[in-house]
Structure formats: structure tokens, C-alpha cells
Design a binder for this molecule. Structure first.
Ligand code: FE
Length: 216
């Protein structure tokens, strides 16, 4: 049985329109994300075969394939959950909506919500080639950081846990936004599911604290 499986979308293909067209969501999930799942499973299987046959000639390529495809699977799995219909999402996290912990963490980490929003917009919008803009929980400082990820796995601080991810690959927007990546990233803020982001932040914080090694 395959180790990794493609998660179902938490909404219809059309749920994020007009911010993201149904055609993009269908292709992005059913073809692109599915390919990363398949690629991760293939890399795992080929590495098992390398162990079984003691043949290590392709180790470097297989490990790269594993990192690329598994990271693609992880980020897309978060991406779908991070979004919701425009009439339900967007805005900013507020204490009155039960999102006070996240709102405080953003303010403590970035100064202001607007400062954070601009930084993440710039990180996603200035990716060269393929990449992501990500807000992640960084456990050693206990703060949130913005990362600009190359492909799916480069330029990442080890141990940081992605909490809010913006896919800036062309497949995420080109059919609708053409070459206007920044317009797409700015529109993305309308479909952010802050309830999901807050849930991920709380879980990352709880789990991440385990990385702080006890002193002996
Ligand atoms: Fe993607």
C-alpha cells in the first residue's frame, strides 16, 4: 500500500472563485498535487529497493526526489486547508473571533499585522522561478517567521513548521492571472482561512516546544 495518499479537497472546485477559478483548483489538486504524492511514494519505494539490493548509485537523485515530492505533498496538503470561500475567509485574525493568540503572535513577531502581510506578500511575489511564501512557527525563538521557499524545499529554516502557505508556482495562477503573480498573491488574502491558520499555529507551538532540548 502506498505510504502517501492524495487528500480530498475540503470544498468544491468552484468554492474559491472568483479568487481562484475552478479550472485551476481541479488541475492543481488532481494533477499537480497528485504528481507529488506519486513522486514521494516512488522515491520511498526506490530507496527501499536500494537497501534491499545494496545498490546506492542513485542515492543523491533519490534523496532529492524524496525531498522535492514529499515537501510538495506537505505544502499542498496545508494549502488546501489554509483557504476557504471568499465570503468566509480573508480579513485578519481578531480576538473577538477566538483568534487572539494568533493575532498576538503575529504582532509580537512582526510588529503589526500590516507589516506581516506586506512581508509575506513580498516573499511570495518575488519568488524567482517556482516557490512559496510561507509563515512558519520557528520553535527555537518561539516566534513566527516568513520564509521564501525555493521549489518546495529550499531556503527553509530547519525545524520551522509551515502555518500559512501561499503557492507562487505558475500552475497556481497562470490560467487566470497570466503573468500577474503579484495580483494573484494580493487576491489570495481574500480566501485565507484564519481559523485553520490559528489551529495550525496552536498545534505547531505545542509540538515545536518539544524541540527545545532540556539542559543537562
Ligand atoms: Fe502548487
Amino acid at each position: 500500500m502506498a505510504l502517501y495518499t492524495l487528500p480530498e479537497l475540503p470544498y468544491d472546485y468552484a468554492a474559491l472563485a472568483p479568487v481562484i477559478s475552478p479550472e485551476i483548483i481541479e488541475l492543481h489538486h488532481d494533477k499537480h498535487h497528485a504528481a507529488y504524492v506519486k513522486g514521494a511514494n516512488t522515491a520511498v519505494e526506490q530507496l527501499a529497493e536500494a537497501r534491499d539490493t545494496d545498490s546506492w548509485g542513485c542515492t543523491n537523485g533519490l534523496e532529492k526526489n524524496l525531498a522535492f515530492n514529499l515537501s510538495g505533498h506537505v505544502l499542498h496538503s496545508i494549502y488546501w486547508q489554509n483557504m476557504t470561500a471568499p465570503h468566509e475567509g480573508g480579513g485578519e485574525p481578531l480576538a473577538q473571533d477566538g483568534l487572539g493568540d494568533l493575532a498576538d503572535a503575529i504582532t509580537e513577531s512582526f510588529g503589526t499585522f500590516e507589516g506581516f502581510k506586506t512581508q509575506l506578500t513580498k516573499a511570495a511575489g518575488t519568488t524567482q522561478g517556482s516557490g512559496w511564501g510561507v509563515m512558519a512557527y520557528e520553535p527555537l525563538s518561539g516566534r513566527l517567521i516568513v520564509e521564501q521557499i525555493y521549489d518546495h524545499q529550499g531556503n527553509v529554516g530547519q525545524g520551522s513548521v509551515p502555518v500559512l502557505v501561499f503557492d507562487a508556482w505558475e500552475h497556481a495562477f497562470y490560467l487566470q492571472y497570466k503573468n500577474q503573480k503579484v495580483d494573484f498573491i494580493e487576491a489570495m488574502w481574500q480566501v485565507v482561512n484564519w481559523q485553520d491558520v490559528a489551529r495550525r499555529y496552536a498545534a505547531a507551538k505545542e509540538r515545536g516546544d518539544a524541540m527545545l532540548l532540556p539542559q543537562h
